[in-house]
Design a protein. Structure first.
Length: 124
């Protein structure tokens, strides 16, 4: 994990038929990152969202990846760990040649935080 004690994975399941990963994490609102980003209204940085997504895929596939390209990353709402302590990732992965195409929606209850499309390559 890139940032120690930032989150814990509560659920990380892969459906081989649909090539979908369902990940649920709980955020640690006391983590130092929230004190600087931002002190009065804590927000999970976008780079941390990407890292959590990548780590959930690495756990499922038991492989290490590098981020090749961010195709799209839309931020629709901020993730505040005090009001949204649990975050869900619904992710579809597709392996093409040496690239893993990833599409994910990040949400909590009925609030969509971001929609992400990235390319990952194996870390050799």
């Amino acid at each position: 994990m890139l940032i120690e004690n930032l989150y814990k994975i509560k659920h990380n399941n892969f459906d081989d038929n649909t090539r979908r990963i369902n990940t649920i994490i709980s955020l640690n609102s006391d983590n130092e990152i929230f004190k600087g980003h931002f002190p009065q209204v804590p927000v999970l940085p976008g780079v941390c969202i990407l890292q959590i997504l990548k780590e959930s895929i690495e756990l499922i596939n038991d492989k290490k990846y590098n981020l090749e390209k961010v195709v799209e990353m839309k931020f629709l709402n901020m993730i505040n760990p005090l009001s949204s302590p649990e975050i869900h990732f619904e992710t579809k992965i597709e392996e093409l040649n040496n690239v893993t195409n990833v599409s994910s929606t990040v949400f909590f209850e009925n609030i969509i935080f971001s929609k992400i499309r990235i390319y990952l390559i194996l870390n050799k």
